[in-house]
Design a protein. Structure first.
Length: 384
């Protein structure tokens, strides 16, 4: 019996970032059971809309690269028509759109609309994110436009599923979760103590890590405000910040100087290449996500890939993926006091509990591993 065919529309290599990593992970988990094709972008964002240095992965090492065709120009309506014609000719059993940003609303609306007659319900939108109630009118409008022709939805957190209900109406919402990103976790022959020393921290220091690109919603300023209290209670605790600043770098540098915490903080402003990720996770005892808002986070799942416990704020769907006191802790958002208390609670708890062992078991039960079975069900049900 021939394999069912799945077309995935989404970013992939050479684009960098969490959405590309997710699409390529989805390809990997499905490719043995299905015939899978990835239709990628030849233009993702116009350069003037992208706040970072580059949209492309300049890493020397590729951790996941799915075969793909770069066909879609996100701002060219004539291109959308030709891409839709190409997808229709594939005679797929399921067409999957990876949705994460309202900007792609018009593009996804036209392509999905043009293939609707051919595929009907066989159009699945994986909604990695959905606009919150606080989103702008334009964001809500573009989201409604983009999701118009979905036959069904797949969400990666209960929070997004709940936010999607009004838009989905009678259309079915399936559930899964992000994969654990253990693709960066290799043996490089460096101990945690050696890694700490490489950042000029004492080898017996306790290191908390803030990782990933820096924007206001990620709450780095809240974590910095918590540091004086953390240091006061345990001077051996250090903060490692690694990622590209989409916000003003000097603002955060000024905070560090004003709070007089410079000797306890190491900060690097650059996109962390694949081959360097381990350098920042290896010394970390705890990964902190002090977000003001969010749905789910690839940073959290990357931490689990390194078997590192996490401290997250209770926003979006983050708390869904943290087992309190076992894989990490959940604290209230927008509170330096709560962050400080959570950090101290972790270092006290780890003296009595094996966080690493528990996370290792949690990784093995990750729901993303059941994607082949779920997609088999989706194909069967959307064919009716």
């Amino acid at each position: 019996m021939s394999k069912k065919k799945i077309i995935i529309v989404g970013p992939a290599y050479p684009y960098r970032g969490g959405n590309s990593l997710f699409v390529q992970s989805l390809y990997d988990v499905l490719k043995d059971d299905f015939e899978v094709k990835v239709i990628n972008y030849k233009l993702l964002y116009p350069s003037f809309l992208f706040p970072g240095t580059t949209q492309f992965d300049k890493s020397e090492k590729n951790v996941k690269v799915a075969p793909n065709e770069r066909l879609i120009n996100s701002i060219n309506p004539f291109n959308w028509l030709s891409v839709a014609k190409r997808i229709a000719a594939e005679n797929a059993d399921l067409v999957v759109f990876d949705w994460w940003q309202p900007f792609f609303g018009p593009c996804h609306r036209v392509i999905s609309g043009k293939i609707k007659k051919k595929y009907g319900k066989k159009i699945l939108f994986i909604t990695e994110n959905y606009i919150s109630h606080e989103g702008s009118f334009i964001d809500h409008t573009l989201t409604r436009i983009g999701l118009k022709h979905a036959g069904a939805f797949l969400t990666l957190s209960a929070r997004v599923a709940d936010e999607l209900k009004n838009t989905a109406g009678e259309r079915k919402i399936y559930r899964s979760e992000l994969p654990v990103y253990d693709c960066y976790n290799e043996t490089y022959g460096i101990s945690s103590e050696e890694a700490k020393v490489s950042f000029s921290f004492p080898k017996d220091s306790k290191v908390i890590l803030f990782f990933g690109y820096i924007r206001k919603y990620k709450g780095l300023d809240i974590l910095l405000d918590a540091m004086p209290e953390i240091i006061k209670r345990d001077p051996s605790i250090k903060l490692l910040i690694a990622g590209e600043f989409y916000d003003e770098f000097e603002f955060y540098r000024g905070m560090i100087d004003k709070l007089n915490i410079g000797t306890s903080v190491y900060m690097i402003n650059k996109f962390i290449s694949n081959e360097e990720v381990y350098k920042y996770y290896e010394p970390a005892d705890l990964v902190v996500l002090p977000y003001r808002s969010g749905t789910q986070s690839g940073i959290l799942n990357m931490a689990y890939g390194f078997l590192k416990p996490v401290l997250v704020t209770n926003v979006g769907g983050l708390a869904e993926f943290v087992d309190e006191g076992k894989s990490g802790f959940v604290v209230e958002p927008n509170s330096p006091e709560a962050i400080a208390e959570g950090v101290m609670k972790f270092f006290e708890a780890r003296e009595k509990f094996d966080f690493t062992g528990y996370i290792s078991e949690k990784v093995r039960s990750n729901g993303f591993n059941q994607m082949p079975e779920l997609f088999g069900t989706i194909i069967e049900e959307t064919a009716k």
